[in-house]
Write a protein that binds this ligand. Structure first.
Ligand code: AMP
Ligand code: MG
Length: 376
């Protein structure tokens, strides 16, 4: 840890607007959430079956100041109580990022507060440090750790030797896993966002009904576009229609049972692929002490079960003494469900750990956005 430039309790006002959630939170000392407000645009985009960037930016513009007011007001705080402002500046939708960063820059300039610009994937990883103050032992991830980041735009395995040090050791070569959930949901006629609706529908389905391929990608990289196409072809084959039948004509032909069986088989395969790579990463890094799952797809119950079963031996099952991963003293972390999707509390905690390791605040007059960037 570097020298600290502050020496008292630290309240961070954090702002997140990288996609279709407008969010603000106040986080104290990287762990106590004084308030966490998230306004989602899901209802708007459910109608369109996906996010429309210009509409998202306009919605952020309407929501951002009321959301910040609420975050402060409900916690009975004013800007005078805030020590630091943090905001997501990369990656994300251009217009969406602009609304959050311009608001944060304005507040930092007007109120003369230090400003921290945070990478969105960093925040998703740090969501695993949140909300554990009630745990007496203060169970937080220990380093070195392996993080599996699974979201709508990213699928990566990241090695962290210590706080704020990120090494990407695996990444998707095409689609992200969350995107794959969303696209498969469309083929099956399930509502946006696809992840939760596939998970819900899959509960009535048979996960072994359709055999879907695991992509043969070397090392720790992923590929999910093939799985999406494999589901499309399997649906066409099951319905007995030619492969040039457009995907939007398929859903209405599926019975409820077929829809559920496809949802369950796809979910099972996607989670197996994630777990296969995570296990290779852990074997490559025998010194890793924790596993951290991050991003919207980390809310998935089947993924949570599989990770617990494969890495911890599962609840109630006998420990397999021959399995090197199960006998290792690994700690496995998932964010609380309310912190799995986009929120600002995770931005506040990520900024806090940047401060702890001595990262300097950014210049509010110069802060720019970057729709695409890698973590680092
Ligand atoms: P993020 O990009 O981190 O905001 O996460 C959004 C992505 O997570 C979207 O692609 C969602 O479909 C996906 N997602 C959300 N909940 C679940 C779930 N329970 N199972 C699978 N994917 C999910
Ligand atoms: Mg996200």
């Amino acid at each position: 840890m570097g020298d600290l430039w502050y020496n008292k309790s630290m309240k961070v006002l954090a702002i997140e607007s990288s996609c279709d959630e407008t969010a603000a939170a106040v986080v104290e000392d990287g762990v106590r959430i004084l308030n966490n407000v998230v306004v989602s645009q899901i209802d708007i985009f459910a109608e369109y079956g996906g996010v429309i960037p210009e509409v998202a930016a306009r919605s952020h513009l309407e929501a951002i100041l009321p959301v910040i007011h609420k975050a402060l007001g409900d916690a009975e705080l004013t800007m005078d109580d805030i020590d630091v402002i943090a905001v997501t500046h990369t990656p994300g939708l251009l217009g969406s990022l602009l609304i959050g960063t311009l608001t944060a820059r304005m507040l930092a300039i007007l109120w003369k507060k230090p400003l921290f610009a945070v990478h969105h994937l960093k925040s998703h990883i740090y969501a695993n440090w949140l909300g554990r103050e009630e745990v007496k032992e203060c169970v937080i991830p220990e380093f070195p750790l392996v993080a599996l980041v699974v979201s709508g735009g990213h699928t990566q395995i990241i090695y962290m030797q210590e706080h704020n040090k990120f090494e990407i050791i695996g990444t998707t070569r095409d689609d992200a896993v969350g995107e794959c959930f969303d696209k498969v949901a469309k083929v099956l006629g399930l509502p946006y966002p696809g992840g939760p609706s596939i998970a819900e529908c899959a509960r009535r389905g048979d996960a072994k009904k359709f055999k879907l391929p695991h992509p043969q990608v070397e090392g720790l990289d992923f590929s999910f576009s093939g799985l999406k196409t494999a589901v499309l072809r399997a649906v066409q084959a099951e319905l007995g229609v030619p492969i040039n039948t457009p995907s939007f004509e398929l859903a209405e032909k599926l019975t409820e049972q077929q829809q559920a069986d496809f949802a369950a088989s796809f979910q099972e395969t996607a989670c197996e692929i994630l777990l296969e790579k995570l296990k290779i990463a852990l074997r490559d890094h025998p010194e890793a002490r924790s596993v951290v799952i991050a991003g919207g797809v980390s809310a998935n119950a089947v993924l949570r079960e599989k990770v617990a079963e494969e890495l911890l031996g599962g609840s109630g099952t006998k420990m397999d003494k021959t399995d090197d991963l199960k006998t290792r003293e690994l700690r496995v972390f998932f964010p609380e469900k309310r912190f799995a999707g986009d929120n600002a509390a995770m931005v506040g905690v990520a900024a806090y750990y940047e401060m702890l390791v001595g990262v300097e605040p950014t210049d509010p007059y110069a802060l720019d956005i970057a729709p695409r960037s890698v973590i680092g």
